[in-house]
Design a protein around this ligand. Sequence first.
Ligand code: 3PG
Length: 216
Amino acid sequence: MALTMEAVLQRARPVMPVLVIEDVGLAVDLAAALQAGGVQVLEVTLRTHRALEAVSAISEAFPDLLVGAGTLIHTEQFLEARDAGAHFVVSPGCTQRLAAAAEDAGLPYLPGVMTPSEVLQALEYGYRSLKLFPANGNASVKMLKSLKGPFTGIRFCPTGGITPDNLAGFLRLPNVTCVGGTWIAPDNLIRARAWDQITQLAREAQLLGGDLERPT
Ligand code: 3PG
């Protein structure tokens, strides 16, 4: 059966690390550190020069990991991501052209939304698993609670502003499958090759989110 975006998010729960990889030579060690901390799904943002190479390196080295390509803001990036070996793709927002490019690439797609109208738009394109971006602490927790009423069956992955302190508030919501964040692998720790610390941050996130009930 084809992989669905919701299945990707369920496997990612509680947290999908969002990675900004400047040095592709560190990609495999970084992924190993995250996997050692319990991570099964990660997103490599296409914000750096050699991010696609990082996607390829990680997906080739770790057949058990689901590797996403994120920050897709141009249509041509969808096929590039697929050809690099990405298992799914993520955008900070969504347009008709991006939705069509995702359809052409045939990969599970997590489009970004911020407002009820954007949720409606994503629904019209056929997407029911959405990235809430940027998530803004308590205000976004309240907003997600409000969205639950009109948007039955829609699932969110809040990202952008998630921290160990506010993670649990999001994960307790029944319409949140997982959260995303860069704090698990910050740039200074990647540069310092502080793999043990990154493993530890990943483990802590699993523990913080692990005891919470899964959404129904
Ligand atoms: C993203 O691209 O998903 C966000 O920029 C990640 O945001 P964060 O750095 O606040 O986790």
